[in-house]
Design a protein around this ligand. Structure first.
Ligand code: A2R
Length: 313
């Protein structure tokens, strides 16, 4: 008999097809009474499949006491209760690296769109202002600018590679200095914000990074500075960001992630110097398929008694 797997949300067809021969898939999102559903499948369920946004709470894992593995699609694991998983010897896998290039492309696209006001130009054309008002106003530039990387891990380094091709000066803030890197390290974020023209946020979500982009950091970034966030909404104090934008304390922001997705504060929607994206960092067919395949490969390895490919440590 195949072991049971609770799937938290509908994942890519590739996950469904890859897991169907290995597990009895129980679709949690289809259950009208989720508690009753979980109680019914708990005796045979040994795996959970989820994604970085929905994750797996301690409550969910507690209701499935025979679970031995959580396979998550996405690199961020802030929505998975890792402490609970560790304490109960539940293996957690994610999908790092296969999305680095895609998220880095999104980061650069958002950076360029924000500083060069690409969506605003699109609106200028569509709304007939080119005809009625003439050329749109000139924009800021990337020339002679310093990019402050907030986080310099797998994805951060790939963003920096792209940014270097744009001749941006790169500096970074992390907790640990990386001595093999040629870039200046700032142990204090607020000091990097003071020296940088653009902050690019690419740290994991969770308690240790919550609201690290706060009012003092934005104040230090200053009235000509830009904030780009492709990490997690929780990293930025959204209320402080809105205030800073309203008061002209920073020049603009490009945001792919928000504190309460999919709800974006009306204040941000109304601002012309903010470029918004609906959490699409890795959202291409190519990369989502690669991530889906890695979810399958991890769960398959576990099922066959082999070491999983990308465990979260
Ligand atoms: O602090 P370090 O030396 O561990 O460097 C990591 C940095 N980081 C932090 N920097 C400052 N303050 C913190 N509290 C803090 N926590 C972590 O973020 C490292 O340079 C970087 C994370 O790199 P990776 O673990 O390689 O993550 P990856 O694959 O680049 O993805 C980053 C995040 C994901 O967790 C998703 O939430 C998002 O991007 O898509």
């Amino acid at each position: 008999m195949k072991p049971g797997l609770v799937m938290v949300l509908p994942l890519m067809p590739r996950v469904m097809e890859g897991l169907a021969p290995l597990f009895e898939i129980h679709k949690l999102w289809e259950a009208s009474d989720q508690d009753a559903f979980l109680a019914k499948v708990a005796p045979t369920t040994r795996a959970i499949a989820t994604d970085g946004t929905r994750g797996a709470s301690a409550d969910l894992m507690r209701k499935l006491p025979k679970v031995e593995i959580v396979g998550s699609q996405g690199v961020g694991v802030d929505a998975i209760d890792l402490a609970y998983a560790r304490a109960h010897k539940i293996v957690v896998t994610n999908t790092p690296d296969v999305l680095n290039d895609e998220v880095a492309d999104t980061a650069m696209a958002l950076l360029l769109a924000t500083v060069r006001r690409i969506p605003q130009g699109d609106r200028w054309v569509r709304e007939g202002r080119w005809v009625s008002k003439g050329h749109m106003p000139l924009t800021d530039t990337l020339r002679n600018r310093t990019l402050g990387m907030v986080g310099f891990g797998r994805i951060g380094k790939v963003i920096a590679r792209r940014a270097a091709a744009f001749d941006l000066k790169i500096v970074y803030h992390t907790r640990n200095i990386q001595t093999d890197q040629p870039y200046v390290h700032y142990p204090r974020l607020v000091e990097m914000a003071r020296d940088a023209d653009i902050l690019m946020v690419i740290v994991p979500g969770g308690a240790t990074t919550r609201h690290m982009i706060n009012a003092p950091v934005l104040e230090a970034l200053g009235p000509t500075g830009y904030l780009i966030n492709v990490a997690r909404g929780s990293v930025v104090d959204e209320a402080a960001l809105i205030k800073a934008l309203q008061q002209g304390k920073i020049a603009g922001a490009g945001l792919d992630v928000f504190e309460n997705e999919p709800h974006v504060p009306e204040a941000l929607i109304k601002m012309d110097n903010v470029v918004l994206a609906p959490h699409v960092g890795s959202a291409t067919h190519h990369t989502r398929n690669a991530m889906a395949q890695l979810v399958v490969d991890n769960l398959k390895a576990w099922r066959e008694g082999r070491p999983v490919l990308t465990p979260v440590k």
